[in-house]
Design a protein around this ligand. Structure first.
Ligand code: CMC
Length: 434
């Protein structure tokens, strides 16, 4: 498993006289784990942990999250440092290749991204098969799987270069597909990427360039997009990344694995939350709900309503990404002076919820999705595309985990056990007796 066993825990089982010694492993930040992978073989017992609340599924050197102290690092670098000093392409490189690029590598990678940014002509025709109001995540997940039909698998002749091609192709084309889907939703012609523009400039240009008015790319929106994509770029073993790793473990190709990640991200408890936050704020504004009303609904155990953009499985304090997203949101929304009443509701909700015992006792604080949607909205991105924006950001993380899994010497197919609670053995009765 690539990790040394340093210590042992002792387990006393009800049907065994002798205690069982279970290896304990330690991670590089001092976190400890009980290695139970041989437990069933040795004792007949499995562990039970629905929702993987307390299960480490792999060892990984990509991302570090400390949920108690609100720390997030990619490859050892604080998220605050990366957002201030890097652009998205550099962070994507860092996640995928393990180190930040130097100037020469940075240029080589950006050139590769440009070269790989066009979409196969036949794939462009796919968009016409979808209704105009198809959810962008449905299109993205299908298109990602389709990429495997159009572009070759990685080869073993020059594995490093082959990986670079496959990876830059995916990172570049998913951005192009997302922008094309937007043009399709609007019933407008596609705008191809340009080698003269950076990764984020290109996205905005493909989205908003128009033949009927002069479109100027807003530098503040380029900065905001870079920062937002960096904030989303990885978050260790979250639901979608776990999906990607699980699919990879069966031997499926990169595109198919990413397609599974996209499907997992879509859900409102995960990446779909950014869309749900804005829908909640809009509903509150249109129906003139007070902040008290919203908080009361979120606390009501007879209601399924939750305060969207609040709470996290790992963070039991302020999500560090939410702090950065909030600052950025205020900066972007203050440009041009146009007031957004949804920001007022969001700020008041945060203030009230973070002082309310219900939220304090459960460790519920704003997460990454609470403020990002307001910024995307101001940039002109429609609400149903927010999760696709999250996906563009998360792509380097998914790819890094896919590659890490491929190199894992343990390399076993992901296959959890279960606690069976169905009927014991039965005999099939004849049809006339059922
Ligand atoms: N509003 C009201 N109550 C909440 C909320 C919320 N947003 N989140 C959790 N709770 C309550 C929940 O009802 C439960 O209460 P009790 O102990 O009385 O039964 C307690 O807090 C623990 O919640 P949980 O659902 O068991 O916690 P979890 O770790 O399984 O779920 C979560 C984490 C993110 C799915 C959940 O907090 C949630 O649904 N939040 C709203 C959706 C959201 O913002 N998702 C984005 C997550 S961050 C980005 C990403 O991962 O994509």
């Amino acid at each position: 498993m690539g990790i040394e066993h340093r210590d042992f825990a002792t387990l006393i089982l009800p049907d065994r006289k002798d205690p069982v010694q279970i290896p304990v492993i330690e991670d590089t930040m001092g976190g400890r784990a009980i290695d139970i992978h041989a437990l069933r073989k040795e004792t007949g017992y499995i562990t039970y942990d629905p929702g993987f609340v307390n299960t480490g599924s792999c060892d990984s050197s990509i991302c570090y999250v400390n949920g108690e102290e609100g720390i997030l690092r990619y490859r050892g670098y604080d998220i605050e440092d990366l957002v201030e000093n890097c652009d998205f392409v550099e962070v994507a490189y860092l996640l995928i290749k393990g180190e930040l690029p130097d100037a020469k590598e940075r240029k080589r990678y950006a050139d590769l991204l440009n070269k790989e940014s066009l979409l196969h002509y036949d794939m462009q025709s796919f968009f016409r098969g979808y209704p105009f109001d198809a959810h962008p995540m449905a299109v993205l997940a299908a298109m990602s799987a389709s990429l495997s039909a159009f572009y070759p698998e990685m080869d073993d002749i020059d594995p490093e270069l082959s990986v670079d091609f496959a990876v830059t192709r995916l990172v570049s084309k998913i951005r192009t597909i997302t922008a094309f889907q937007y043009r399709h939703m609007k019933g407008e012609d596609f705008v191809n990427p340009s080698y003269k523009l950076s990764y984020c400039e290109n996205f905005l240009n493909m989205m908003f360039k128009s033949p009927v008015f002069e479109y100027q790319i807003n530098p503040l929106h380029v900065k905001a997009l870079n920062q937002l994509l960096i904030l989303h770029a990885d978050h260790e073993q979250n639901c979608s990344t776990t999906a990607v790793r699980l699919i990879a473990s069966s031997g499926a190709n990169l595109y198919a694995s990413i397609s599974a990640g996209l499907a997992a991200l879509w859900g409102f408890k995960h990446g779909g939350a950014n869309q749900a936050v804005i829908e909640m704020l809009e509903e509150a504004y249109e129906n003139q709900w007070s902040v008290d009303d919203i908080i009361a609904k979120a606390k009501d155990k007879n209601s399924t309503f939750r305060l969207m953009g609040f709470g996290h499985r790992v963070y039991k304090t302020f999500d560090p990404r939410a702090k950065i997203a909030k600052k950025l949101c205020k900066e972007v929304l203050s440009e041009g002076g146009e007031h957004d009443p949804l920001l007022d509701i969001a700020l008041e909700l945060e203030e009230r919820a973070t002082q309310d015992p219900y939220f304090i006792e459960r460790g519920l604080y704003p997460n990454v999705d609470f403020y990002t949607g307001l910024t995307f909205r101001r940039m002109g991105i429609p609400t149903n595309m927010f999760t696709a924006m999250f996906a563009i950001g998360r792509l380097p993380g998914w790819i890094a985990h896919w590659l890490e899994w491929k190199k894992d010497p343990f390399g076993k197919i992901g296959r959890p056990r279960q606690v069976y609670v169905g009927p014991t053995q039965r005999k099939v009765p004849p049809l006339n007796e059922r």
